[in-house]
Design a protein around this ligand. Sequence first.
Ligand SMILES: [Zn+2]
Length: 243
Amino acid sequence: MDTRLNDVRAHLARFPKKLAEIDARVAAAKADVDATKASQLTAIKDRKKYELDVEQWKERVRKYKDQTSQVKTNEAYRALQHEIQMAEDEIAKAEDRLLEQMVAGEEYDRRIKASEKTLKEVEAIAATERAKIEAEKAKAEKEQAQLSSEREAAIAEIPENLLDHYTRIANKHNGIALAEVRDEKCSACGMIVRPHVFQEMRRSGNEEMFHCETCTRILYYIEPSTAAAPAAASASASSNSEI
Ligand SMILES: [Zn+2]
């Protein structure tokens, strides 16, 4: 029972990590959507700045053109024409940047749509996985409750000093105080059981208590013949009934 309880507890202990992994995947997909949206926002701000640049240079051109009618010398006129030309070059450059931003803007729309689609898919998979884990968890919790009550019932029949002894050993070994002897070895720690101890064990038929000399767990031994006998008997019984 304690072995099974240990297994159930270990099983239950794995669920929080699994759920956290699912949450992390959803969070990463969300972060991707947010990052793409933030990039788009920056691009929109840049576009507004370029639009403003165009307007400012155009305003300057208008001002220079107004001044043209007032100039008295050819030299001043040429200087003004030069300023106008430079400002128009700047307008052309700002308009080029603006166009690039508009093309990029469409790319952002496409990327946002793609990342939102991915997020939806990740969320759908996460919901399915979460439901599966929750169901598994509920099943394990039920099993744990069942085993715990079975354990309570079993404990009630064990003398207190024996139970204390068992608990002390169990506490040292992750809840497992018993070890089966297999191939004349303690199956928990692998230590060989000395031949005379093994003989004693077999003679007493688990009526006496033996401990592993290394790990101190309580040893028990199941004779292969006694384990196989009932099975063989029932097998022959069933074959007889068939005849
Ligand atoms: Zn041992």
